[in-house]
Design a protein around this ligand. Structure first.
Ligand SMILES: Cc1cc2nc3c(=O)[nH]c(=O)nc-3n(C[C@H](O)[C@H](O)[C@H](O)COP(=O)(O)OP(=O)(O)OC[C@H]3O[C@@H](n4cnc5c(N)ncnc54)[C@H](O)[C@@H]3O)c2cc1C
Length: 342
């Protein structure tokens, strides 16, 4: 097959773009010598969490559209592949520490009414039930926009859907078609080397997976910790942010995460730890996604910078990259360009 598009990197950015391009009729080859999900997308957390509905900007608006698009996007992947990507919009609860936090949350309720276009709500309600974090005010914020995805199930479903439609995923690619580099933290290093300046770097994070089934329960966000119940009867706890190391070893910091999770939801003390995992979040210098032509390399493009919200942004980024590479239309939001980092 002579491809219309070559994508290096079988993480969430590479595979969502391959899927979007396949749906637009392109013949796609994805190449990854390390295999599907070998980078940070092969992790365990999968929170699809929105930005707070205030101080609106292009990044927040883009993320909102991407989160809203996720339901139809993943439903189509599931229908084509016959596999469950583990997506659901199960919502999220966050405790409110004091009166100031309650006032701010109530102001954001109004923000959500206009900024979230009636598609989801952000409301203050009483903290109640066993799956609810303790809250000093007795109140929590509940939003109905937050979702979750099972990272590995999602990648497997995407790969199966792409193959079902005739796309090819393997270790190598030919070199005679427009080429997108969706190569995560390694790609940021490659691009930095090629341009002679640092455009971004990998930021280490560790997370835990527990054998605790609460598949319909909302996600909890407590003291900076994500507690994410998944479709397959597991619950993820994430994550650390470590700026000084890029080794992928897990360590005692995960015991600290677990202790904080148990303090928030005591029943998690009974759950067995199934996995301890570390990965590198690809963070562009701007902290926003980094999209567009590879400077000085005609026919080559970059899709990178997913950082902490790559899964939430992926459907939107796939659309923008397909517009650019397949149709020559530049729909990249302000602040998301490769040149914003050079
Ligand atoms: C601890 C932790 C928790 C996280 N939690 C969340 C979360 O809750 N929600 C969320 O949305 N995001 C989360 N993220 C971030 C998310 O995982 C990333 O934003 C996302 O996975 C980035 O996807 P990617 O496809 O750009 O990169 P990657 O998944 O890293 O994929 C890059 C791929 O490129 C391949 N590759 C490298 N070099 C080459 C080459 N030369 N040729 C071909 N292929 C190559 C690699 O093998 C890899 O498969 C988390 C990350 C971490 C580390």
């Amino acid at each position: 097959m002579k491809p219309d598009l070559i994508i290096h990197g079988a993480g969430i950015f590479g595979l969502t773009l391959a899927w979007e391009a396949t749906l637009r009729g392109a013949r796609v080859v994805v190449a990854d010598p390390y295999g599907i999900g070998a980078g940070s997308s092969g992790g365990i957390v999968g929170a699809l969490a929105p930005h707070v509905p205030e101080n609106w900007n292009a990044k927040k608006a883009f993320q909102l559209q991407s989160l809203l698009a996720a339901e139809a996007f993943w439903a189509k992947v599931a229908a084509t592949s016959g596999r469950d990507p583990g997506y659901a919009r199960t919502g999220r609860l966050q405790p409110l520490a004091d009166d100031a936090a309650v006032d701010l949350a109530r102001a954001r309720t109004l923000g959500a009414e206009s900024l979230w276009q009636g598609r989801a709500v952000w409301r203050v309600r009483k903290a109640s039930g066993v799956w609810c974090p303790p809250s000093p005010t007795g109140l929590v914020v509940e939003d109905t926009l937050t979702g979750r995805i099972h990272p590995r199930l999602a990648l497997n479903a995407l790969a199966a859907a792409i193959r079902e439609k005739g796309g090819v995923i393997g270790a190598e690619a030919p070199s005679t078609a427009p080429t997108v580099w969706a190569t995560g933290a390694v790609g940021l290093e490659d691009l930095s080397r090629s341009l002679g300046r640092t455009v971004g770097t990998g930021i280490k994070g560790q997370a835990l997976l527990l054998d605790h089934a609460a598949p319909e329960a909302p996600q909890l966000f407590v003291d900076g910790l994500h507690i994410v119940p998944h479709a397959d009867g597991t619950t993820a706890i994430g994550s650390t942010t470590e700026r000084d190391t890029i080794d992928l070893i897990t360590d005692g910091q995960l015991d600290g995460l677990l202790a904080r999770a148990v303090a928030a939801v005591p029943m998690l003390a009974e759950a067995k730890v199934i996995e301890r995992w570390a990965g590198l979040r690809p963070r562009a210098r701007s902290r926003a996604p980094m999209l567009g032509p590879w400077p000085d390399r005609p026919g080559h493009f970059v899709a990178n910078g997913g950082f902490k919200i790559g899964f939430g942004m992926a459907p939107g980024i796939a659309r923008v990259m397909a517009d650019l590479v397949l149709e020559g239309r530049d729909t990249i939001p302000d602040g998301f360009r490769v040149t914003d980092n050079t």
